[in-house]
Design a protein around this ligand. Structure first.
Ligand code: SAH
Length: 258
């Protein structure tokens, strides 16, 4: 790790590092993420960051929870951004720790923009996004020569202000791609129906994986036509990710991670 080719991200006072915490398992943090967490003055985190990762925050480091949890009141995004600006202006080394990857459905783009506009140096440290963690934990190869040569990350939950869904689900039915749907649990019945309306066979293998890479992990393997009902019957809870495509068929699945 200390080879001359390995350039360490410097962490000067007054800087914000947007750090991906990965899908939950602390061993899936990057070496860089862990080093920055260990050298931060303050860590600002939300509900997807697992207790095992929070345990890595040094005792003397300030912690700020800006949790957002489905169904519960949460801090408005603007307020979170103002907290980050204020902490950096106090000259602190700020880690903004976000579940998965900060730039995959994590509003990291908005935070980076606000900080840059305020003249605050920002660094982005990628993390293992939920789709990758969940697929590996279920032994689902996201691409496979026989089943899918494209991979799509979609959100099932869009900003409430949008007049209509920007996701044209019917179009994704035609791609022969593996579809990974974040935040899709609440609207699963309508999403799966729209994919079938678009021509994707109801027999297409599909999975929903809850709390992937954590001790709470559960999964339901079904088909496009049965997934919503089976997920509901199993009371699959948040956070959960949906994977749809031939790659979810058990006979194509690799051996799950030990
Ligand atoms: N930035 C995050 C995504 C944030 S959106 C990332 O890159 O992973 C929040 C959604 O991510 C959840 O609703 C769920 O769909 C998914 N998610 C996050 N962690 C998960 C986990 N451990 N298991 C399953 N889904 C997860």
């Amino acid at each position: 790790m200390n080879s001359p080719q390995c350039k360490q991200t410097s962490f000067a006072p007054g800087t914000v590092c947007l750090v991906g915490a990965g899908p939950g398992d602390p061993e899936l943090l990057t070496v860089k993420a862990l080093r920055l967490i260990h050298s931060a003055d303050v860590v600002v985190y939300d509900y997807l960051v697992s207790p095992g990762i929070l345990a890595e925050i040094p005792a003397g480091c300030e912690r700020v929870f800006v949790g957002k949890q489905a169904g519960h009141p949460c801090k408005p995004q603007e307020e979170i951004e103002q907290i980050l600006v204020a902490l950096a202006k106090q000259g602190k080394r700020v880690v903004r720790l976000k579940g998965g990857d900060p730039f995959v459905f994590g509003r990291g783009g908005e935070e980076a923009e606000t900080l840059t506009q305020a003249g605050i140096p920002v660094q982005v440290i990628p993390g293992i996004t939920a789709a990758l963690g969940a697929a590996a934990s279920s032994g689902i190869p996201l691409t496979h020569r026989a089943h899918a040569s494209a991979l799509v990350f979609l959100t099932g939950h869009e900003s409430p202000g949008k007049p209509e869904s920007a996701v044209r689900w019917e179009d994704y039915a035609k791609l022969r791609a593996t579809l990974c749907i974040y935040m899709g649990r609440h609207r699963l019945a309508s999403i799966t129906q729209r994919l079938m309306d678009g021509g994707l066979s109801g027999d297409t293998p599909a999975a929903i994986i809850e709390a992937a890479t954590t001790e709470r992990r559960r999964e339901v393997l079904a088909t496009l036509s049965t997934l919503a009902e089976r997920s509901e019957a199993a009371a699959i809870a948040s956070p959960a990710i949906v994977i749809i495509g031939g790659v979810c068929a058990r006979e194509t699945a690799a051996v799950p991670e030990a």
